[in-house]
Design a binder for this molecule. Structure first.
Ligand SMILES: Nc1ncnc2c1ncn2[C@@H]1O[C@H](COP(=O)(O)OP(=O)(O)OP(=O)(O)O)[C@@H](O)[C@H]1O
Length: 118
């Protein structure tokens, strides 16, 4: 049990590192908070919340992997290397793809509600 709790501590320290070091991670947390407030205001259905949770999870997951990959590349290749560039750029692209999907999901859910309220 102590080992299980300890592993949570390690995971939270990873989240804390990403939060402190990555502007994008903080930006996505703020965006998620705003989406949460909007969801509460528009009284989203359970299905709509599921999509929001999935989108947010994928964005934060990709941010955390991107952070881990950046640190790993800096560790193994502190000097400039074309492959280090490809690895970092591809990891960043994964975040971009997740963020675009999340924005599209947000638009599909919120645009009809905003149009209806206007
Ligand atoms: N060792 C390297 N060799 C070649 N290109 C690199 C290297 N490190 C970084 N780069 C290039 O610079 C870009 C930015 O790298 P950096 O490590 O600053 O990441 P970042 O996305 O700006 O993250 P951070 O949030 O840490 O600033 C990378 O996407 C890559 O194109």
């Amino acid at each position: 049990m102590a080992k299980f709790i300890k592993s949570f501590g390690y995971a939270f320290s990873g989240i804390a590192y990403a939060f402190k070091s990555q502007f994008n991670f903080r930006f996505h947390i703020v965006a998620l908070f705003i989406v949460g407030l909007a969801g509460w205001y528009f009284q989203l259905s359970a299905n709509e919340w599921l999509w929001i949770v999935l989108a947010a999870g994928i964005v934060l997951l990709s941010e955390l992997f991107n952070t881990a990959i950046e640190v790993l590349v800096d560790l193994v290749s502190p000097d400039i290397h074309p492959k280090a560039k490809v690895i970092k750029d591809t990891a960043a692209a994964a975040v971009l793809v997740a963020a675009i999907a999340a924005v599209l999901i947000g638009l599909i859910i919120f645009i009809p509600k905003i149009a209806h309220a206007a």
